[in-house]
Design a protein around this ligand. Structure first.
Ligand code: ZN
Length: 200
């Protein structure tokens, strides 16, 4: 398809550009690029610097349906021209103009997923009550556990570390005492909660 080259290529400075500065109200760069003032006014141009002609072209859809006068009024009144805060459409090659608020607040869609499935959150990992953590570790027990499990684990460890089985080894005797202390703590916990929960 043969393109009629009656206009300069997109971002080459226009040889017919007047020696004026950019038509953007706050811009003093040389105006090398023309942009039609409106769909129905294609022979009348704004003259912009490269940055502003790009922005203008990107916003072309934004002005669709406005009269050239409305567009011009909008341009003159627009104080946010250089801020990517309003919808720019797709600015060719410029990428996304800015993050949205949603991007910043929920980058992984975590909140969105929770809002969508409030009842499907994984149950929180159960942590043993603080006073039980060391006793459980000493008996190598996880949580939750039952009084029966505590008892059987205690019996096994007590047999292993009983002084009679270790010929007076002081380390075994020390271990036997800590096991007994841990067992007492755990047993007390389960017996004190027997009123509200079956201790097994
Ligand atoms: Zn400019």
């Amino acid at each position: 398809m043969q393109r009629k080259m009656s206009r300069p290529r997109a971002f080459d400075p226009d040889p017919d550009a007047p020696e004026t500065c950019c038509d953007h109200p706050d811009c003093t760069l040389p105006a090398g690029y023309r942009a039609p003032r409106g769909r129905d006014n294609l022979r009348s141009y704004y003259w912009f610097c490269l940055q502003h002609v790009r922005e203008y072209n990107a916003k072309w859809d934004y002005y669709r349906g406005m009269t050239p006068g409305q567009i011009e009024n909008h341009l003159r009144a627009d104080t946010s021209w250089q801020r990517p805060s309003w919808k720019l459409g797709n600015m060719g090659g410029a990428g996304r103009a800015s993050f949205t608020v949603d991007d910043l607040h929920d980058p992984l869609d975590i909140l969105k997923a929770r809002r969508a499935h409030p009842s499907h959150e994984a149950p929180p990992r159960q942590h043993a009550p603080e006073p039980l953590r060391q006793p459980l570790a000493l008996l190598d027990l996880g949580w939750p556990t039952t009084l029966d499990d505590v008892k059987s684990r205690y019996r096994a460890l007590a047999r292993r570390y009983h002084p009679d089985a270790n010929k007076g080894d002081p380390r075994a005797e020390e271990r036997f005492k800590t096991i007994g202390s841990a067992y007492a703590t755990l047993r007390a916990h389960f017996t004190s909660t027997e009123n509200t929960a079956t201790a097994g």
